[in-house]
Design a protein around this ligand. Structure first.
Ligand SMILES: [Zn+2]
Length: 175
């Protein structure tokens, strides 16, 4: 387990996000979906921004490690989940800490509730892959030291009200 990778003061938020997998010398490495960013194994991902510098992420910027506050909201974020090779798709919970900003950039979603957080540090907490990606389960778990489970990631996609917890949210919030 990667229990040593956590917020030094115990303050963190748990969000949802998606990754695609690339292999580095046979080891599966999580990459962000929207742009090129590798999430390191066994050490926290660190957000960097030339504009924000030591204060990454600032409220009035769009930088940081993104996570949605629920699985339903993740699905509403417009991730290109169907563009990526399904066998290399990973969805999971991420623990975020350090500087944590609510919301995704400038007025992107108006004054109402935002979809989640942008954070300075992050590390995957639990990962889900499709059943057809069963071969990823053991190598991903060994690389990141966190649980990896097989799920139909799109089972809740038809829901219209993304503000309500989905079955996946409820399952994990009970633990
Ligand atoms: Zn920034």
């Amino acid at each position: 387990m990667a229990e040593d990778i956590q917020s030094p003061d115990g303050l963190s938020v748990i969000g949802w996000r998606a990754w695609r997998v690339e292999f580095d010398c046979g080891v599966p490495i999580l990459h962000s979906m929207g742009f090129e960013f590798a999430w390191p194994a066994r050490e926290p991902a660190v957000a960097e921004c030339l504009t924000c510098g030591d204060e990454t992420p600032r409220q009035k910027c769009s930088c940081g490690l993104y996570s949605a506050s629920s699985y339903g909201r993740l699905l509403s974020m417009g991730y290109p989940l169907h563009d990526v090779d399904r066998e290399l798709l990973v969805v999971g919970q991420v623990e975020s800490w350090g500087r944590v900003v609510r919301g995704f950039g400038r007025s992107q979603h108006g004054p109402g509730p935002t979809l989640g957080w942008r954070a300075q540090f992050g590390y995957p907490k639990r990962m889900f892959v499709l059943h057809e990606s069963w071969e990823l389960v053991v190598p991903l778990r060994e690389a990141y030291g966190q649980p990896v489970l097989m799920r139909d990631l799109f089972a809740d996609e038809g829901r219209e009200d993304t503000t309500k917890p989905t079955q996946l949210d409820e399952e994990w919030n009970d633990r």
